[in-house]
Design a protein around this ligand. Structure first.
Ligand code: NAP
Length: 255
């Protein structure tokens, strides 16, 4: 028995085995959750299939969250496998690479700002709206944020406002979905070397400087994020909603 026994959870955002979403999937699998997976496009399909096989999942469906029809079609297809399920993990963010260079004020563009907001924040509530009627009472939605929402982190640029919007989204969604018995939370993860992180200039340097400044004197891993995610979607966390929980080794509380 695991504390997610019998729970059906959908995982988005696996690009490879370094992805935070993969750490989450593994932790939830350990706790006996039944998992389903999305992939953005055919380029990633094989990688996601490999991961799904490891955790015994047969649900691997396309969903590009930048497109409303793709989100609608995805949940329609999902309903052929699961007419009801217990929540999803939104582990998705994107902004064009030219938005992560140089001075924020000089380099941010209307298009870059819009794309970052749409894919990294709006898509969370868009997915919730399409799946609301399929989610069981007691269900849980989870997304991934970063400290750049609260502080100006060099080169994080347009993704900072996108994560601030995502965290506000968490609170408004939690308030709206609370009466349905659905909880909504975010994990604000410390920096981890992934494909998305490689878009940020000086990420390696930032990671090296980060370690000694954390309270725990270590960086976090996708396993650390996965374990907290498993707890948050479980019945052990039934009283928690609308929260942004830092899993960053205590970086945000240190001076
Ligand atoms: P990752 O492995 O690159 O995962 C990002 C995922 O988002 C990829 O699977 C990517 O697919 C997907 N995605 C982008 N646009 C999409 C779209 N239109 N539709 C569907 N999927 C789309 O990187 P990660 O670091 O694990 O990122 C996961 C989440 O954690 C993100 O929200 C990120 O901001 C957050 N986070 C990361 C860190 C860190 O240091 N790594 C810290 C805090 C928070 P493609 O590869 O096909 O684009």
């Amino acid at each position: 028995m695991g504390f997610l026994s019998g729970k059906r959870i959908l995982i988005t955002g696996i690009a490879n085995k370094q992805s935070i979403a993969w750490g989450i999937a593994q932790a939830m699998h350990k706790q006996k959750a039944i998992l389903g997976f999305t992939y953005e496009n055919n380029r990633l399909r094989i990688r996601v299939e490999e991961c799904a096989k490891i955790v015994g999942s047969e649900i691997i469906l396309p969903c590009d969250v930048s497109n409303d029809t793709s989100i609608k079609d995805f949940f329609c297809k999902l309903s052929e496998f699961w007419n009801k399920f217990d929540g999803f993990v939104h582990s998705i963010a994107f902004a064009p690479s030219d938005q992560f260079v140089g001075d924020y004020v000089n380099n941010v563009t209307r298009e870059g700002f819009k794309i970052a907001q749409e894919i990294s924040s709006y898509s969370f509530v868009a997915m919730a709206r399409e799946s609301r009627s399929m989610i069981n009472k007691g269900g849980s939605l989870l997304t991934l944020s970063y400290l750049g929402s609260e502080r100006a982190v060099p080169f994080y640029n347009v993704m900072g406002p996108a994560k601030a919007s995502l965290e506000a989204n968490v609170r408004y969604m939690a308030h709206a979905l609370g009466p349905d018995g659905i909880r909504v939370n975010a994990i604000s993860a410390g920096p981890i070397r992934t494909l998305a992180a490689s878009a940020i200039k000086n990420f390696r340097k930032m990671l090296a400087e980060y370690t000694p400044r954390t309270a725990l004197h270590r960086n976090v891993s996708i396993e650390d994020i996965g374990n907290t995610a498993a707890f948050l979607v479980s019945e052990l966390a039934l009283g928690i909603t609308g929260e942004v929980i830092h899993v960053d080794g205590g970086f945000n509380i240190a001076f």
